[in-house]
Each structure stands twice: as structure tokens, then as C-alpha cells.
Design a protein around this ligand. Structure first.
Ligand SMILES: [Zn+2]
Length: 172
């Protein structure tokens, strides 16, 4: 399938710099008739889509592995760390300390939106979480991840491609 070949391309070239990755993507687009999907004819649009897909790939791989590491703290708590994403409600959660088995985490493990670069750190205790910069007194704000990210779902590369190319009709 084409998407699997594209994922292999990202896996192979994502750490060779964005210029090289874009060169590979352009060649891929020619070969697989993906010029429209990747917006290759429009320089700015191609720059935007290629960067988005690169970031999604890196972020999704990182968070998938990170969740395995977080399991070591399942009897402790997690600290939410907001990143530089412009997503609504994420900055308000920065430093929140919540027990790992709390319902909050059934929906709130990052990424929580497209372009979200928030993260979570695990700690064995509340004091450990405070040492990581968490604020145990901070209340949890009313939080809803974006639709595609609910129930801690990490969207697939196909989802990301449909989103960035404006073909995901379910995305509002
Ligand atoms: Zn975020």
C-alpha cells in the first residue's frame, strides 16, 4: 500500500533534515501520483504539509514509545507539561499533578490535538512530581482533547495525511 511506503520513507529520512526529506517526498509524489495530496505544485503548501507530516511522524513515534515508559509509574502520578502548541486549554494544564490511575488520564495523555507537543512525566510520588516541577495544588481544568485524539488515540499517518490535505471530512 502507498501509505506504508510513505511511512517507510519517513522512517528512513526523518532524521536527515527537512530539506532532504522534502526531496524524497517530491520524488515519492511523482512516483505514486501523490502530487495533489502533498500539494507539491504550491511551494508554500508543500512546505506546510511536509513539515506537518514530519512532525506528526516524529511526535506519534515518540509518544507511542513514551507511553510504555509511563507504565512504570502506574502506581504513582503523572505531571502534565504543556509545550509550545497553540491548542486551547493545554497551557492551563501545565504542571498539573494527577494520580496515574485517575480518569483524567483516560483522555488527556498527549498528544491532544494536531501540532500538540505537550508531554507527560511520570513520578513515583506527589513529592517526586513536585521535584519535576509539578504543582500538586493546581486544579484540573475542564479539558477536552480534539476529536481525533479522544480516549488517548494517536492518529495514524493516514489520518494526518487526510487532515493536512483537507480531505478529512470528519475533522471540524
Ligand atoms: Zn498541547
Amino acid at each position: 500500500m502507498d501509505i506504508e511506503a510513505f511511512e517507510e520513507l519517513l522512517a528512513q529520512w526523518h532524521n536527515h533534515g527537512i530539506d532532504r526529506l522534502r526531496k524524497e517526498m517530491r520524488a515519492f509524489a511523482d512516483e505514486h501520483d501523490w502530487n495533489e495530496l502533498l500539494g507539491v505544485s504550491d511551494k508554500k503548501e508543500f512546505a506546510r504539509r511536509s513539515l506537518f507530516l514530519y512532525r506528526h511522524f516524529v511526535q506519534a513515534s515518540y509518544q507511542t514509545n513514551h507511553r510504555t515508559q509511563l507504565a512504570a509509574f502506574e502506581k504513582g502520578c503523572y505531571v502534565y507539561r504543556s509545550g509550545n502548541c497553540p491548542c486551547e486549554g493545554h497551557a492551563e494544564l501545565d504542571g498539573v499533578v494527577v494520580p496515574a490511575d485517575h480518569n483524567f488520564w483516560k483522555d488527556a495523555l498527549p498528544p491532544n490535538d494536531w501540532d500538540c507537543d505537550c508531554d507527560v512525566s511520570g513520578a513515583r510520588s506527589i513529592s517526586g512530581a513536585a521535584r519535576l516541577g509539578g504543582d500538586p495544588e493546581k486544579p484540573i481544568s475542564d479539558f477536552q482533547p480534539a476529536r481525533r485524539f479522544q480516549a488517548n488515540h494517536i492518529p495514524s499517518l493516514t489520518d494526518a495525511l487526510l487532515h493536512v490535505s483537507g480531505k478529512d471530512v470528519a475533522d471540524v
